[in-house]
Design a protein. Structure first.
Length: 605
């Protein structure tokens, strides 16, 4: 992970090299005072666009053809050009060998040459992840070359580098004892890091086998893909997993990144329940998800330089997108997102610290150098905590649902028992028919007030369990008394029947319930319907009735309705919240009448 930002910075800049005129007489003296030397500012470099020059041709070029690198790690961004680097070394004391280590395993081809002052070749070694690992004399995840330096005799060190990815040259010289100590410490820390990843992966796998939760499965794949990416970028995969397949090693880097970002999107959708909580954003995430599927497949065939650019961009952008969505959902009060948000906060903090270190805003300490590894490890630990917290909350919710179901079951048993007793007393079929008729308003054919109260309570409990919206419409016929006064009660009955039938034509879903609330007033119960959807339906009812001609007593009569609307996502099954919902719809209806009738008004719950 720590190299992702470097790759992206390389992509956004044409070259990351600070240059100054070459100093041909510059000489790096190696002695007992320092056992580790970064060669960044000691390199002279020259581009070889044709990639045809050999070391002797380059050695024979005049000094003014070279450019001295000024500061930082040499970084030429994404380029397919071959670059030559050279510096002059002289060991002033001691007789030990020095080791040249290239701390960037994804470089494709590296050629190292050591020449004496007469141009005689002392060392020739070829490496990079495009060549089989077995060709390396020093079996290390980072390409390392031993340099036997003669005492008090200047020598020329030449390095030729060519790669399809980002061309960076973080080269370091170590004395033999320092190299052994440094390598041992690095492998120890890497062992701790990958051991932690493996432990989390195995724990999550056992948990998934127990609970069969999709979020745990996505988390397992995310850890596996991320761990494989880290193994590849650190050179350990090439050393231990596929040392004889350098081509596959190059393909695995963008492929692992793409699979990790894909499973990150899947984990986000599953864990944060974006389909329910933020459906519009979920639609965008589904699109991004399929783009990442296409990218993962394309990484197997497309040129490496494009594959690594696209996958790197996705790996940097995706955590930012996920972080923004987690903030949004957490702000909306979704408790399960708190640890998820904290996990990506830690990751982004690590990215920021490493970026500031890269641009020399912060000093290069252990924390800033390993900020991304630390951030990613903490992120995965916090994601595991988030999954455990989610399971705890779901268990609590399941217990609550079971208790409600038990109460509801007991209530239904009592109801069925009463129905059975009534059936025995009233000869079964006749009683069932009467029971059905008792829920219907005899005049309008819609449900009556008693049934409305029962349905409303049931739908409120269901909406509370599912955390979904419930909307209620209160529909009142404007100036209905005038109809009775001017045309008689038979005309009024005809108007009521027509209005009821018209409302039923709009409330077509099986779950929608139309009831006669009383007199000329109707209630429409709309489960799983937002305020926007309910408002659209209400406007349809209002406009349709305003245009409808009702034949009464030899005349064509037009009537209008006023509609009050209220919508809520229940927070608890408490009856006072349900009463508040109906009260809000009734208040909205009253406001619609006061403001001129023939309109829809939305009430606040």
């Amino acid at each position: 992970m720590r190299l992702l930002l470097i790759l992206l910075f390389s992509w956004m800049s044409s070259a990351g090299v600070h240059a100054a005129p070459a100093e041909s007489d510059a000489l790096l003296h190696l002695n007992g005072e320092s056992s580790r030397v970064e060669l960044n500012t000691y390199w002279d470099f020259i581009a070889d666009p044709s990639s045809t020059g050999d070391v002797y041709t380059v050695h024979g070029l005049p000094a003014e053809r070279f450019t001295r690198h000024a500061s930082g790690v040499p970084n030429f961004g994404f380029t397919e050009q071959r670059y030559w680097f050279r510096t002059q070394l002289q060991q002033s004391s001691g007789d030990e060998s020095w080791f040249l280590e290239f701390d960037y395993p994804p470089l494709d081809n590296i050629d190292v040459f050591l020449l004496d002052q007469q141009g005689e070749m002392l060392v020739v070694e070829h490496g990079g992840d495009r060549r089989p690992f077995a060709q390396r004399l020093i079996k290390s995840r980072q390409f390392t070359v031993e340099l036997p330096l003669p005492l008090d005799e200047p020598v020329w060190l030449y390095v030729a580098v060519q790669t399809e990815g980002s061309l960076q040259m973080p080269a370091v010289l170590y004395s033999a004892p320092r190299y052994v100590s440094n390598t041992r410490s690095e492998y120890y820390l890497l062992g701790l890091y990958y051991g932690a990843l493996l432990s989390m992966l195995l724990y999550s796998l056992l948990t998934y086998l127990s609970v069969r939760d999709a979020s745990h499965l996505y988390y397992i794949v995310y850890i596996a893909a991320y761990g494989l990416f880290q193994l590849t970028i650190n050179g350990l995969a090439f050393e231990y997993l596929w040392p004889q397949w350098p081509g596959w090693n190059n393909r695995m880097l963008p492929l692992a990144i793409s699979v990790a970002t894909l499973t990150l999107i899947l984990l986000t959708r599953s864990f944060l329940q974006t389909r329910t909580l933020v459906p519009r954003i979920d639609g965008l995430l589904r699109l991004v998800q399929w783009l990442y599927v296409a990218l993962a497949l394309a990484c197997l065939v497309m040129p490496y330089n494009w594959a690594i650019r696209l996958s790197t961009a996705s790996a940097v952008i995706s955590p930012l997108v996920v972080f923004a969505i987690a903030v949004w959902i957490f702000w909306a009060g979704y408790r399960q997102s708190r640890f998820f948000l904290l996990a990506f906060t830690v990751l982004l903090l690590g990215m920021v610290l490493y970026a500031l270190k890269t641009f020399h805003v912060l000093p290069g300490t252990f924390l800033t150098e390993h900020a991304l590894q630390i951030g990613s490890a903490l992120q995965m630990i916090l994601l595991m905590v988030a999954l455990a917290d989610r399971m705890r909350l779901l268990k609590q919710e399941n217990l609550r649902i079971e208790q409600e179901a038990r109460v509801l079951l007991e209530q239904r048993v009592l109801e069925r028992t009463e129905e059975l007793n009534s059936a025995l007393r009233e000869l079964g079929d006749k009683n069932r028919q009467l029971s059905e008729l008792s829920t219907i308003d005899g005049l309008t054919g819609v449900f009556n007030r008693a049934h409305q109260e029962e349905v409303l309570a049931t739908e409120w409990a269901r909406a509370c369990r599912q955390r979904g919206p419930l909307s209620v419409l209160m529909v009142d016929i404007d100036h209905f008394k005038r109809v009775n006064d001017n045309y008689g009660h038979q005309a009024g009955d005809a108007v009521l029947k027509t209005v009821a039938a018209h409302i039923k034509n709009f409330a077509k879903r099986k779950a929608d319930v139309v009831c006669r609330y009383g007199g000329e007033e109707f209630m429409v119960i709309l489960p799983d319907t937002s305020s926007e959807g309910a408002f659209t339906l209400a406007e349809g009812i209002r406009q349709g009735l305003a245009e409808l001609e009702i034949p009464v007593v030899g005349n064509l009569l037009r009537v209008t309705v006023s509609i009050g609307l209220a919508s809520a996502i229940p927070g608890s099954p408490a009856e006072d919240e349900l009463v508040a919902l109906v009260g809000a719809a009734d208040a909205a209806l009253y406001r619609a009448k006061q403001e001129g009738r023939n309109q829809v008004r939305l009430g606040a719950v």
